[in-house]
Ligand binder design. Structure first.
Ligand code: SAH
Length: 295
């Protein structure tokens, strides 16, 4: 494997999950196992990690990269939205901690060829799970009504030019089907004013499509209550989010559960990466950690 994803906020993840000898953890977004490896290093000789990923390529990557831990690492190619079913299937427990490192990995961005990056000309796919998931970014762009596209650009992308972009998409798709990332990038470029912005003009549209294709916010909303049920008393949950929509869901959920005396929040304010980490790992730029302990 030539490209390896650098896990974010590793020191902080270990601090808040606090893995100890023989404890068991679930990594709901195992990816290339960057965090899982750090946990496994602390939980010998018998502690286990159940690693879940919706992308079967990532499961393969992780299996190869963490070969040394194969006796203590269980991998499941599934959505974390199915957490109770997966735990039951593996008869996994007791569970001392659960980690969610949301969104996509830099391996998927750089190497999956699924159209996650607006800097590469690839098919508009964006599914993490190409086996069981049907909806692709190409279908959304070519088949959804203009107003529904506008809605996801606004809601999931927080894109101020959602109306202009969706209008242009609906005009262009009548001429020819929009199949590639570069076709879409061109359309976005022609719909937004050319002014200096800190982020690339296609960032928000691509984020919105990825969230919609993979139903990311609903999966997060689904998994959080299941994670509480799964955790042992004193067990910890750590959520790493990368944009305000995810962070809001995590924040409100933990706050409500603290009011109900189910969780104690360990991060009064979300924890972000240091400037040093951001320099070596740009994905850490927008990362925020929230953590809590089950009472
Ligand atoms: N912590 C990992 C990187 C995680 S990146 C590491 O250190 O390597 C996020 C991962 O979550 C991606 O591999 C993506 O495929 C996966 N993912 C996204 N949505 C998911 C879902 N609903 N269920 C399971 N995995 C998901």
């Amino acid at each position: 494997m030539t490209y390896i994803h650098k896990p974010v906020l590793t020191k902080e993840v270990l601090e808040y999950l606090n893995p100890k000898e023989n404890e068991n953890f679930i990594d709901c977004t195992v990816g290339q196992g960057g965090h899982a490896k750090l946990i496994l290093e602390k939980t010998g000789p018998n502690g286990k990690v159940l690693g879940i990923d919706a992308d079967q390529e990532q499961i393969k990557n992780c299996r190869e990269l963490l070969k040394n831990f194969e006796k203590r690492l269980i991998l499941e190619n599934d959505s974390y939205a199915n957490l109770p079913k997966i735990i039951k299937k593996e008869n996994f427990g007791p569970i001392n901690g659960i980690l969610l490192d949301l969104g996509m990995s830099s391996w998927q961005l750089e190497k999956s060829e699924k159209g996650f990056s607006f800097l590469k000309d690839e098919p508009l796919d964006m599914r993490y799970d190409s086996k069981n998931q049907n909806l692709t970014a190409e279908q959304i762009i070519n088949e959804w009504p203009e107003n529904k596209i506008e809605e996801i650009l606004k809601e999931y992308g927080e894109e101020s030019f959602a109306r202009q972009i969706s209008k242009k998409i609906s005009e262009e798709r009548q001429k020819e089907r929009i199949k590639s990332t570069f076709q879409l990038v061109k359309i976005i470029e022609n719909s937004v004013p050319k002014k200096f912005s800190k982020i690339h003009f296609a960032t928000r549209t691509f984020q919105a499509l990825r969230i919609a294709v993979n139903d990311e916010l609903n999966n997060l909303i689904k998994v959080l209550p299941e994670a509480i049920l799964a955790l042992s008393q004193g067990g910890r949950i750590v959520i790493i989010s990368f944009h305000s929509l995810e962070d809001r869901i995590a924040k409100n959920f933990l706050k409500n559960k603290e009011k109900e005396k189910i969780f104690k929040i360990l991060t009064k304010k979300p924890i972000t990466a240091s400037n040093e980490e951001i320099q070596i790992n740009p994905r850490a730029r927008s990362a925020k950690i929230r953590a809590a302990i089950k009472l």
